[in-house]
Design a binder for this molecule. Structure first.
Ligand code: PLP
Length: 402
């Protein structure tokens, strides 16, 4: 893949001074996705599933075609794909529907300190309500989830294992296939947060045999406001809706009602139509490049940057061995928010903070970290600009006595 050619697809990169290193928060959007959104709004722009006129049929076809693209993308079946507002709402759906209706005080839910708040907080809530026990996988010395450590906490009491595929802070790839297989041996279901995986690596839910998997559109060249929940059909069939209203119902009586089949019983009201269509276009775009090519490119940039970062004094890197394009680091003695403001002065966009993952920040025993995250449009020149800015920032803060 040629990032220099791909950059031309991203209108925002017409500003050649922009150095965008915050894809883990949200990716930039290519022209192909923006044009697809425009097409929907300019030519159709109406509701789906309800209008008895041609425009609505076409809009419905576009929306459902997007579901087909998503299901093919992760090798799922069409009716195993639920459109949500984002990965967070997808993970909340599983916790509120499956968790609250299947767990009791006898049960255990396994999570880790490496999770985004969107994966840990819904299960904390389930634990508070059902009294099921929340159990943490001990992380290894690098902060990774390992198969060995999962074995230490897995038991016949485990009913749910809720973990990430790729950590948004450390960039580690979790060995989920082995963990899923072990969890199934004790009868637990596994919920995978793939928000940082879907944009960067091929996912095959059949090969993984995972029960639920969630991701967001906006981190993978798609629009904001759209996410995906995959669930095995037999599990989804036995889960109640958590939102009630238009379109999700079948027959409505005075005191009760029945629901449509999955996925529609979980998609209440007017769905995110343009957003789903835009996500379909993003998937086409990513597949035309190749997910694994993208992942390799980001890793190469990360390796190059880590090597250069290590040549600068006072740099602490927290995830040197990450297999992906994420670097978490600090400049010793400099608050990450001060550092990131300095980088902003050089038009370099990156993230500082706890990255909605306070547990791993506490585990690292720091207040916050700086995070760089690469994508298909980043180049060696971006890395060099970033390194130069870090060197200057370090010298500046040291010179003023930090
Ligand atoms: C690992 C991980 N999980 C979940 C989320 C939540 O995604 P969203 O904000 O799109 O719902 C994020 C977003 O940063 C993430 O990085």
């Amino acid at each position: 893949m040629n990032p220099y050619e791909l950059r031309k697809d991203f209108p925002i990169l017409n500003d050649e001074t922009l150095c965008y290193l915050d894809t883990a928060a949200s990716s930039l959007k290519p022209r192909q996705v923006i044009e697809r959104l425009d097409e929907y709004y300019e030519k159709y722009g109406v509701n789906v599933h309800r209008g008895v006129y041609n425009l609505s049929y076409v809009a419905t076809e576009m929306y459902e075609e997007a579901r087909r693209k998503v299901s093919d993308f992760i090798h799922a079946k069409f009716d195993e794909i639920i459109f949500t507002r984002g990965a967070s709402s997808a993970l909340n759906l599983v916790a509120s529907s499956y968790g609250l209706n299947h767990l009791t005080s006898e049960d255990e839910i396994i999570v880790s300190e490496l999770e985004h708040h969107s994966q840990v907080l819904p299960w904390q809530n389930v634990s508070h309500i059902t009294k099921a026990k929340l159990v943490y996988i001990p992380l290894d010395s690098e902060g990774r989830i390992t198969v060995e450590n999962v074995k230490k906490v897995l038991s016949n009491k485990t009913k749910v294992v809720a973990i990430n595929y790729i950590s948004n802070v450390m960039g580690y790839i979790t060995p989920i296939k082995e963990i899923i297989s072990l969890a199934h041996e004790v009868g637990a279901v596994v919920v995978i947060d793939a928000a940082q995986a879907a944009p960067h690596k091929t996912i095959d839910v059949v090969d993984l045999d995972c029960d639920f998997l969630a991701f967001s559109g906006h981190k993978m060249c798609g629009p904001t406001g759209i996410g995906v929940l995959f669930g095995k059909k037999k599990l989804l069939d036995n889960m109640p809706p958590i939102e009630f209203g238009g379109d999700m119902n079948d027959n409505v009586n005075l005191y009760d009602a029945s629901w449509k089949d999955v996925p529609y019983k979980f998609e209440t009201g007017t769905p995110p139509i343009s957003e789903a269509i835009g996500l379909g276009a993003a998937i086409d775009y990513l597949l035309s490049i190749g997910l694994d090519e993208i992942g390799k490119h980001e890793f190469k940039l990360k390796e190059y940057t880590v090597k250069k970062l290590k040549e600068i004094e006072d740099i602490i890197i927290y995830n040197e061995s990450a297999e992906t394009g994420i670097i978490s680091f600090n400049i010793e003695g400099v608050h990450p928010h001060d550092a990131v403001s300095y980088f902003d002065g050089d038009n370099i966009c990156m993230r500082a903070g706890h990255h909605c993952a306070q547990l791993i920040i506490k585990w690292l025993n720091v207040v916050a970290t700086l995070r760089v995250s690469f994508y298909l449009y980043n180049t060696i020149e971006d890395c060099d600009r970033f390194i130069e800015s870090v060197r200057n920032a370090r010298d500046f803060f040291k010179s003023v006595g930090f």
